[in-house]
Design a protein around this ligand. Structure first.
Ligand code: FES
Ligand code: FES
Length: 162
């Protein structure tokens, strides 16, 4: 067993893990952050995407011990400070970007990373970026629309702040 410490959603946490414990397991079972889902465990579905040091990563591909000292953000850390939905989360709701919702946390985490590096992605760029996120329900159409809408809102907010 090894002791790991990391910052999760702005809070310092620590725990005992086995060498084989995956980060997604530590988040869900160790910390009770069950918003990060496990859809495959074989690195295909993207339901487990979190941010590690600001970049979207499939949490089933990382050992918890390897994330020692890292800054992690999960879907539970994506809402605004007052508990309201972030622009991106609200856009998923407004544009019906989810049905069963199982893939949604991973979609939101991946899309947030995309919008950070590419604030105005084309439809093609969004679809390309989501290649590693599988949704069985929506056909992606409304997910793409939600991300485009979030990008438009965020760029309007950025312009208003200038
Ligand atoms: S559970 Fe990680 S990619 Fe499916
Ligand atoms: S909303 Fe059901 S898998 Fe995406």
């Amino acid at each position: 067993m090894a002791q790991v410490s990391m910052t999760v959603n702005g809070k310092a946490v620590s725990g005992e893990v086995e060498g084989r414990t995956l980060l997604v397991e530590f988040l869900r079972t160790g910390l009770g952050l069950t918003g990060t889902h496990v859809g495959c465990d074989t690195s295909q579905c993207g339901a487990c995407v979190v941010h590690i040091d600001g970049e979207s990563v499939k949490a089933c591909t990382v050992f918890a011990a390897a994330a020692d000292g890292a800054e992690i953000t999960t879907i539970e850390g994506m809402a605004n400070a007052d508990g309201t939905l972030s622009v991106l989360q609200q856009a998923f709701q407004d544009h019906h970007g989810l049905q069963c919702g199982f893939c949604t946390p991973g979609m939101v985490m991946s899309a947030a990373d995309l919008l950070k590096t590419n604030p105005s992605p084309t439809e093609h760029e969004i679809r390309d970026w989501l290649e590693g996120n599988i949704c069985r329900c929506t056909g992606y159409h409304n997910i793409v629309k939600a991300i485009q809408a979030a990008a438009a809102t965020m760029s309007g907010q950025a312009q208003a702040a200038e």
